[in-house]
Design a binder for this molecule. Structure first.
Ligand code: NAP
Length: 287
């Protein structure tokens, strides 16, 4: 059977890298993976992890979700060489941990540009290809923070909520064209994500405009959030296998939580339409 062609964004590290390797290593060349990154100077880690399949079922290409000019060369290559694109995995993402009143608007725009607008623009570029084929699967990596707001992550969560809403809308809109959509909703994963979010924006802790009580609350909340998730942290490979499941399910779900903990949080959200139980949890700890 012909390989299923996959395009993944954000493969220089973490979940994108792991998913690219997991898919490219499937037996019988089940998938042909175009693993993209905005800076191919960072391709060494992926080349190493996927060396057995490099240039056989794993192809590393440049694509920046914030630069639509970079989409065409990759999409043209896929269509010229494979004649189809079966799966798009929108994984590239950027976090923002910040005391919200200090969040620089430029940083807020950057998070939305990458997580929402860039993802949407690439999806727009792929929809006509999938419509023509009358088939396709678009898998968007969001987060538990895509259905639950987390303190000091308000902007990041807002961007992931946006992708959740966008995905539901598109899933209904493109149903008649046999284009499926899935959301992957991890809790915490050990990747460079934290390091990257810290370098992208200051937390506001150094700001002279923030009062001492807020700074103390921020630090204490960081510890509590870390502790509450400590038992639930996953590896990028584990998320890669959840993505594999979504890509191979005959009838893919709209949502995949990646752990029992993430599933419990999703259920508790749905069980309380008022949202008050969720606020009560934080009311008890945000001192
Ligand atoms: N780690 C977690 O705890 C966690 C939890 C839930 C959801 N997620 C989501 O999982 C996804 C992957 O994150 P990760 O944990 O694997 O973090 P990561 O190791 O920091 O990877 C993020 C990837 O996105 C890429 N990226 C950022 N901006 C981009 C752009 N404009 N165009 C193309 N690529 C871009 C990064 O490229 P550079 O190397 O060039 O920066 C990197 O390859 C994100 O959507 C994130 O929100 C992560």
């Amino acid at each position: 059977m012909a390989s299923r062609t996959v395009l993944i964004t954000g493969c220089s590290s973490g979940i994108g890298l792991a998913a690219a390797v997991v898919l490219a290593k499937q037996p019988d060349a089940k998938f042909k993976v175009y693993a993209t990154m905005r800076n191919t100077g960072k391709k060494e880690e992926l080349e190493k992890a996927g060396r057995d399949c490099l240039d056989k079922t794993l192809f590393i290409r440049a694509l920046d979700v914030n630069d639509a000019k970079t989409f065409k060369p990759v999409l043209d290559e896929i269509i010229n060489s494979d004649g189809k694109l079966d799966i798009l995995i929108n994984n590239a993402g950027q976090g923002m941990l910040v005391i919200s009143e200090t969040a620089p608007v430029e940083g807020v725009r950057q998070v939305f540009n990458t997580n929402v607008i860039g993802l949407f623009q690439l999806t727009q570029a792929v929809i006509p290809i999938m419509k023509k084929q009358q088939s396709g699967h678009i898998i968007n990596v969001t987060s538990v923070g895509g259905f639950m707001g987390v303190p000091y992550n308000a902007i990041y969560c807002a961007s992931k909520f946006a992708v959740e809403g966008m995905t539901e809308g598109l899933a209904c809109e493109l149903m008649p064209d046999n284009i499926r959509f899935s959301l992957i909703e991890p809790g915490p994963v050990t990747t460079k994500f934290r390091e990257n979010l810290q370098s992208a924006s200051g937390t506001g802790l150094d700001s002279p405009d923030v009062d001492e009580d807020t700074k103390k609350r921020f630090l204490s909340m960081m510890t509590k959030i870390r502790d509450s998730y400590a038992h639930a942290t996953q590896t990028a490979d584990e998320i890669g296998y959840v993505i594999l499941k979504a890509a191979t399910d005959e009838n893919p779900s709209l949502r995949y939580q990646t752990s029992a903990d993430a599933e419990r949080r999703a259920k508790s959200k749905l069980a309380d339409p008022t949202g008050n139980n969720y606020l009560d949890i934080y009311r008890k700890v945000i001192e």
